[in-house]
Design a protein around this ligand. Structure first.
Ligand code: GN1
Ligand code: MG
Length: 379
């Protein structure tokens, strides 16, 4: 098992938490997984009686973001149980592996630490990697197909059994108004330096209501969706580039299929990292978009409607704008939501998102033409 650096504090933490779950074997070592802006994630390696090694993932839920972690856990239990039962029953193609929760030794799906942290334990999906930036169209195709299959698998979940854990998570109009409010308050004196970004967003205010109006008009249905389909939330087989398992199920709740697709466009069409400071590197690569459309429609075209299909490219623009708004809000507020690792980190992230909005605007006609062409072949 690859261990890069042994941090004694991490060892103690993972051993203490890990041994409270019904895992097999003796604790061997732990490692932090530096991925995601919200939760804290570790892997733990355990040695079984026959000498073989077993890895698990231990994750503590960010309670500033998820105010009610118990409801998050009940949602995750419900979703993993539903998917696992269904994959066994109908062998839906989700790439073969699914997330499983391992229970606490005392029963229940989570463990609480002395500081009120709520932890859960998942199986470690072996042989896979996640990409912050996709390397080729096959990965983009596979990821989009996997998220479409995921939506299909959860489509018959009883809506009442999944609770909204972050209200108005993708309500872009409310996200916009919250930005205006925070900008008016300017609690950290950061506004003067972000006037250009704010103006860029304000010029696009009308975009924020388009899908919400579609819901109100009954043209776009609410479905149970993933809501955080960033490209690094799908595990990809390191050898074959096949998508193996969708992860990060904390925001599975009622939402729009378009938010999921849009977030894939946001996170998979640009070759630049989300926090790239050289904005010239931010691009909307048409071949990646095409692969996303092909992959998504290969698994979702049976259940999504024409209005949704017509808005696939728009959704990419909207989600880039929305996440740009969220990074800008957090920057102005003083970095209270997303984990940051350097000064102006959220501002750098905001800038890549807004640049991507521009890049999408420049190619939106081509993107829509491509969607129409693929749709013709499918319907
Ligand atoms: C967060 O946890 P992670 O890194 O997958 C955020 C998403 C944003 C994303 C931006 C619960 O996702 O909504 O799109 O950062 N998750 C939450 O990179 O806010
Ligand atoms: Mg997440």
């Amino acid at each position: 098992m690859p261990q890069h650096k042994i941090d004694p504090q991490v060892q103690e933490l993972v051993a203490t938490i890990g041994n409270q779950f019904a895992v097999q074997g003796e604790f061997l070592c732990g490692e932090e997984i530096h991925s995601g802006h919200i939760n804290s994630t570790y892997s733990g390696t355990f040695c079984l009686a026959d000498g073989s090694l077993q890895r698990y993932v231990f994750q503590s839920i960010n309670r500033k973001v998820f105010k009610d972690p118990y409801t998050v856990m009940r949602n995750v239990e419900c979703v993993t149980r539903h998917i696992n039962a269904k994959v066994l029953r109908v062998k839906k193609d989700l790439g073969g592996q699914t997330l499983n929760l391992f229970p606490a030794r005392t029963g229940g799906a989570w463990v609480e630490d002395a500081h009120g942290g709520v932890w859960r334990c998942y199986n470690f999906i072996e042989g896979c990697v996640t990409y912050d930036v996709v390397e080729n169209t096959r990965q983009a195709y596979q990821a989009a197909r996997a998220f479409g299959s995921f939506q299909d698998l959860v489509s018959d979940l009883d809506a009442g059994s999944i609770k909204e854990t972050i209200p108005d998570f993708h309500n872009t109009r409310k996200r916009f108004h919250r930005l205006m409010q925070v900008a008016a308050e300017d609690p950290c004196g950061r506004l003067a330096a972000v006037r250009d970004e704010l103006e860029f967003v304000c010029e696009r205010e009308t975009l924020t209501g388009v899908l919400l109006d579609g819901i109100a008009a009954g043209a776009i249905p609410l479905r149970v969706t993933h809501n955080d389909t960033k490209i690094n939330n799908v595990m990809i087989d390191a050898e074959t580039d096949e998508a193996v398992c969708v992860i990060d199920l904390d925001t599975v709740m009622p939402g729009l299929a378009l938010y999921d697709f849009g977030d894939l466009v946001r996170s998979a069409t640009s070759p630049a990292a989300e926090d790239e400071t050289d904005l010239a590197r931010v691009q909307m690569q048409m071949p990646m978009f095409e692969a996303l459309v092909e992959g998504y429609l290969d698994s979702a075209s049976d259940f999504i409607n024409d209005t949704e299909i017509e808005h696939l490219a728009f959704a990419g623009k909207l989600m880039s704008l929305e996440v740009g708004i969220r990074f800008l809000t957090d920057h102005i507020e003083g970095d209270v939501y997303f984990k940051t690792h350097r000064p102006n980190h959220n501002l750098d992230r905001c800038r890549t998102q807004l640049r991507l909005v521009e890049r999408i605007e420049a190619r939106e006609n081509d993107m829509n033409s491509f969607v129409r062409k693929v749709r013709k072949g499918k319907r």
